[in-house]
Design a protein around this ligand. Structure first.
Ligand code: BES
Ligand code: ZN
Length: 464
């Protein structure tokens, strides 16, 4: 193991330069204008995997291609126990970088500043899975035997709901279902000295609602007052969804939700938290959330209903006195274990239809959905992950529930029967999905070490 860890230490400078090269691709999956960047990025990644000694290829899908890479086969002498095999999942697609003017340096011109690499995708998720690739490189280049077999699945549609990945998993079921589990670094850690194993993620359900009013924008002086304003109707409708205590008022929304256990509340309470610092970090005059829960509980273990976008009427320079023809909103609800996306969607739709006034026409377009994830943090593999985190970060790891969603993790269980170990490397101030995204370089180095140690620990353990 020393040779592997030394190799990692010696090559940090090159690793950072390579990560910068990777971040330079504007692999924005949501915007078709970037389709060329998407495929160039995936091709670069395949080549990179090959250079470090993996067998890699690009797998086309109905959407963006998947990079599939495996460690070279190891011949096994008779009588030796079978080797364990893990899938490492990540995504090379990134969120749109807008608004550009808020970036201190351009999103796809990565630079190192204050011990971090800045650029869209540096943390979510290129830097995180790159740490695992570098750990494997260290084994392969030093000739040290890898304790387990590995298959990397790096997709290009995570940020848009992993639409093509279920079909990919089914097509590669014979290879992938041989795995003993999945390892994913695409979650967070509360601080540089607070590594974490995440055992639950929120699910999600998305929809878009359009309130149609008059057949065209109208003069608000001539017609206003005699016709419903769709923007107002939409605001009033959405305002009914949540009460002053921060509770969602949609009947049945919370029905299947389990109360937080004492253990969970204790674990979440261990996460260092200062409400005033958090308030300032977010830039809000006051925090807000569902009554009866701490902010960390609210944002990781409670369901929400969020307006992601709201559009209507005239947005250009100056003013324009109209009653707009329509108003629309993009919505997502974050779900917790046992809330099913289809059922929640039905309840949301029924509520909106019931409360929409007859003076406008309501159109609802369904979006993507995925189940929440929950896995026991007490399994032998989870313990192995905790040991690797502890050693690499020289600190006691936390057990976390997290608020983000990784839709495919539920599919790993459903399609392949595999549990996922979530060992995230993103810091709370990494600015994922925001301007000035960055990845901490000390966390990058420790993440590589954690990965190397993890394979040793997982090889020794058996699933409980
Ligand atoms: N890395 C995040 C998910 C995440 C972030 C999990 C922080 C836990 C903590 C991932 O890239 C992401 O942003 N997922 C999307 C999924 C959505 C588009 C379906 C999300 O959570 O919004
Ligand atoms: Zn993301």
């Amino acid at each position: 193991m020393d040779a592997v860890l030394n190799y990692l230490e010696q090559h940090q400078k090159r690793f950072v330069a390579e990560l910068a090269e990777y971040v330079r691709f504007a692999s924005v999956s949501a915007q078709t204008a970037h389709n060329g960047d998407m495929s160039r990025c995936a091709t670069w990644l395949v080549k990179h995997c090959q250079q470090i000694g993996l067998r890699a290829r690009l797998c086309p899908t109905a959407g963006h291609p998947v990079v599939l890479a495996s460690t070279p086969p190891v011949s096994r002498r008779r009588g030796q126990p079978s080797r364990r095999h893990f899938m490492v999942y990540g995504h090379y697609d990134v969120q749109p970088p807008e608004p550009f003017e808020l970036w201190q340096t351009p999103p796809f011109e990565p630079v190192v500043r204050n011990g971090a690499l800045f650029g869209r995708g540096a943390s979510d998720n290129k830097g995180q899975h790159f740490a695992h690739l570098k750990a494997v490189e260290a084994f392969l280049k030093t000739g040290q035997p890898l304790p387990v077999d590995l298959t990397f699945v790096i997709e290009g549609e995570e940020e848009v709901g992993s639409r093509s990945l279920e079909a990919f998993l089914k097509a590669h079921r014979s290879l992938l279902s041989r795995c003993d589990g999945v390892v994913v670094s695409d979650t967070g850690m509360p601080g540089p000295r607070h590594p974490a194993l995440t055992y639950a993620l929120r699910g999600i359900v998305g929809l878009e609602i359009i309130v149609h009013g008059p057949s065209r924008d109208l003069h608000s002086g001539i017609f206003g007052g005699s016709v419903e304003n769709p923007a107002m109707a939409l605001c009033q409708l959405l305002a009914k969804v949540r009460d002053a205590q921060g509770r969602i008022t949609i009947p049945g929304f919370y029905d299947p939700v389990l109360p937080l256990s004492k253990f969970e509340r204790e674990q979440l309470a261990r996460v260092p938290f200062d409400a005033e610092r958090y308030r300032r970090f977010l830039g809000v005059p006051r925090l807000f959330g569902e009554c009866g829960f701490t902010p960390n509980e609210q944002r990781t273990a409670r369901p929400t209903f969020e307006i992601n976008g709201l559009t209507s009427g005239y947005q250009g320079e100056g003013s324009k006195t109209i009653v707009p023809a329509w108003a629309r909103a993009k919505i997502t609800a974050r779900l917790v274990p046992r809330q099913r996306p289809e059922r929640v969607l039905k309840k949301i739709c029924a509520f909106l239809k019931k409360h929409c006034p007859p003076t406008v026409r309501l159109e609802i377009r369904n979006g993507h959905g995925s189940d929440a994830y929950y896995v026991s943090p007490r399994s032998a593999d989870a313990q192995a992950a905790l040991r690797a985190l502890r050693e690499a970060f020289e600190a006691e790891p936390l057990l976390l529930r997290e608020g983000g969603s990784i839709p495919i993790v539920h599919q790993f269980k459903k399609v392949l029967g595999l549990d996922t170990l979530l060992v995230g490397l993103a810091l709370p101030d990494d600015n994922a999905h925001s301007p000035n995204e960055k990845f901490d370089l000390d966390v990058f180095a420790r993440g590589q070490r954690m990965s190397a140690l993890l394979w040793r620990e997982l090889a020794n353990g058996r699933r409980s």
